[in-house]
Ligand binder design. Sequence first.
Ligand code: CP3
Length: 355
Amino acid sequence: VTTCRQRFLDALHCRPTDRPPAWFMRQAGRYLPEYRELRSTQTFMETLADAERAAEITLQPIRRFGMDAAVVFSDILVPLAAMGMGLEFESGVGPVLTPPVRDMDGVRALHDFDPNVAVAHLAETLRICRRELDSGAFASHDLGGRNAGPRGLIGFCGAPFTVASYAVEGRGSRTFEHTKKMMWTEPRTFDALLSRIVDVSLPYLALQVASGADVLQLFDSWGGALDAVTYRRAVLPHLMRLVKGARDLGVPVIVYMNGGSHLLDELLASEPSALAIDWRVVPKVASAKVGPHVALQGNIDPIVFLADAAAVRSETARTLAAFEGHPGYVFNVGSGFVPATVPENVAVALETVRG
Ligand code: CP3
């Protein structure tokens, strides 16, 4: 019998599995009462620095639902803070980074960091998670051996364009005005910024693998804001260096983009182990494009999880059927769970995947 961890790794290596493994982006988060409880007495950044608590938050969804993999509780903006930017999460606004990087002096002000020192808490969080995920602490989800054993552990970082957009805008954006303006008027500054982000991300990912991460996911959440020609010219060389360096660490690498159905060729050119797609991408189209040696992950609409059990069951079944026949498939949402996600619906989706 395969373990949950082995099932997850097999799918990412495009090896046959008894059923698709499943996990969910933002599976630890505000939709869980036990998360709100643990977060209520500390800020988000304080919680990340508290390894015991961050590990417990990582494990909460596994305790409740028994997914095949856990994703470490952290954030893609942590490296920008370690490079010297101010980072706060303001309610109603989201992340705020200060001062925004708007010129070459701003890029130069971002300093290198030793991940063993600057994010020692992340390494400790991963070590605690690894120990717990290997311990058999989730036996209540064993299902007579069909859903047993250690779970996978996913480390991550942001991809160059997405992280750069937060550095340049100083916050989330819909139009990426400062970022695109920099790209076109100060291409050398833009290029230097993306280079710096990849430079620090590689040792940051290496620390995560050394501390117990089995798999790495690179989040290019906003890369879809660019057209294909521009993405290929200005961003892809940086993404390629990041993916290559991550794969050289010896783990499967998942590349995720939201709103990237027009960039599948570009993402594929970065040579990921798996491509994670959102619900706008037709699975059969993605399958034909990536071929039999690249795994796929996705792509149910996370807002379905606000509807009723019948909708979750049928949309899960439809998603599974749409990926049927692709060698190497991981069930997931097409973007992260939102706070209004109904926890009971998560159990319904997992039952459907396991059934
Ligand atoms: O469960 C997981 O997915 C693992 C942890 C994780 C978080 N953020 C925790 C988090 C991961 C993988 C991320 C990635 C991330 N962070 C992305 C890319 C993924 C995506 O959603 O497309 C982005 C764009 C960010 C930046 C970020 N962090 C924003 C925009 C926000 C605020 C929005 C919000 O939901 O409040 C965050 C904060 C954040 N990161 C929270 C969590 C659980 C909410 C913090 C809280 O408890 O108040």
